[in-house]
Design a protein around this ligand. Structure first.
Ligand code: DHB
Length: 386
């Protein structure tokens, strides 16, 4: 089937891109190997930057401003004391707690309502003629029948195991970092323990007290990457969480989901090759601390949509030729921010007394200085897109 832009992946990047392209009168086809139900029910990110939520909120049927909750700050906790970072006071911007799967429900409904060609259960197998002006995505329905999409441009928004990345950059060719810890994440039925998120650096390791709704809370604690999430009782989990947030008593409740999240930083060496490009998790991975992943995916496609509009409606290739560098500028700011928040808040298994005292010195120098708090707030709420 012919289209203007073939989008592989119906996550935040692919869906927002199709929406922005449609606003410019550009057709696209989106395929995703998952079912609609799986996409809409997988719990992932929770925090949206001001710029991300502003974009989502103007899409038809968005519940970002009604179901989402504005958060005007976070608490950094260490040495048994909490320190608030006041986002609007420091930057004029806030963030929003709006779970990714809720945003995806809105986006999918709005695209289908607008007549978008959006196909679930279709797996991309390869990209052919990548070096030409008419690349093709070869895909397979779950039943085994083949689908070929012929396009002016192919966008891989297909996540960290991207098939499109293979054609651009090689699957593993990129800049990479691993961390010697992971997060144990839980969802529980309970009231919030605090009005805002708490990022706690404790002598026993890091914990993050986040939220999902008035009755469901999301919490994480730093753990060994090899931890088996099923091997701990609920009481053991609560003991660890309570110990990691000294000075606050967490509201406990039944735990109904648990998972272990790996920590990695990755940026693909090449983001574009001719008329193929990768965006979102296909192009980069950040560790979760600071919640940059989904926001970065949306920033990639805002820039890409402008470039594709120029290329496909005005035959102007200036923006697409500069796209990868423009995207990389923000990607590396977000890589640094995510690495910095991670390294400032977590305990490494081999940390010496020097390392521990240095880290506390760093935290005090951030929270006691308006410049320090503003630096954190700028990164957390998101840099202007330009
Ligand atoms: C969440 C995850 C994060 O990495 C973060 O920094 C804040 C919140 C969350 O899942 O709620």
């Amino acid at each position: 089937v012919p289209t203007q832009v073939a989008i592989v992946g119906a996550g935040p990047a692919g869906l927002v891109l199709s929406h922005l392209l449609a606003e410019s009168g550009i057709d696209s086809i989106i395929i995703d190997q998952r079912s609609r139900d799986e996409i809409e029910n997988t719990i992932r990110a929770g925090i949206l930057e001001q710029g991300t939520v502003d974009l989502l909120a103007r899409l038809p049927g968005s519940r970002a401003h009604t179901v989402g909750m504005r958060h005007d700050g976070i608490e950094l906790r260490f040495d048994e004391a909490g320190h608030r970072i006041d986002f609007p006071g420091l930057t004029g911007r806030s963030v929003w707690l709006y779970p990714q799967h809720e945003a995806l429900k809105d986006l999918i409904a709005a695209r289908l309502e607008a007549g978008q060609d959006l196909r679930f259960g279709v797996t991309a197998m390869a990209v052919e003629d990548g070096g030409t002006t008419r690349p093709r995505v070869v895909a397979e329905h779950s039943g085994g029948t083949t689908l070929e999409i012929e396009a002016d441009f192919v966008v891989g928004a297909d996540g960290s195991h991207s098939v499109v990345r293979r054609e651009i950059s090689g699957s593993h060719d990129g800049l990479f970092r691993e961390y010697p810890f992971a997060w144990f994440g839980i969802l529980c039925e309970a009231a919030p323990s605090a009005p805002e998120l708490i990022y706690s650096n404790s002598p026993h390791g890091f914990a993050l007290i986040s939220q999902r709704s008035p009755d469901v809370q999301r919490m994480y604690f730093q753990c060994d990457p090899e931890t088996d999430p099923t091997a701990m009782t609920e009481d053991q989990i609560w003991d660890i969480l309570q110990q990691r947030v000294p000075g606050v008593t967490l509201v406990e409740g039944p735990i109904f989901q648990r998972d272990v999240l790996r920590f990695r930083s990755f940026v693909a060496r090449e983001l574009r090759h001719g008329r193929l490009t990768i965006v979102g998790d296909a192009a980069h991975t950040v560790p979760p601390t600071g919640a940059k992943g989904m926001n970065l995916a949306v920033a990639d496609v805002i820039l890409l949509a402008r470039a594709l509009e120029a290329l496909l409606t005005r035959s102007d290739s200036t923006l697409i030729d500069g796209w990868a560098d423009a995207a990389r500028d923000r990607i590396w700011k977000a890589q640094h921010f995510s690495w910095w928040m991670t390294s400032m808040l977590h305990t490494t298994p081999d940390a010496s007394d020097f390392d521990r005292e240095r880290q506390l010195g760093e935290l005090r120098s951030v929270v006691e200085s308006e410049a320090g708090r503003a630096y954190l707030a700028e990164g957390y709420t998101g840099w202007p897109l330009g």
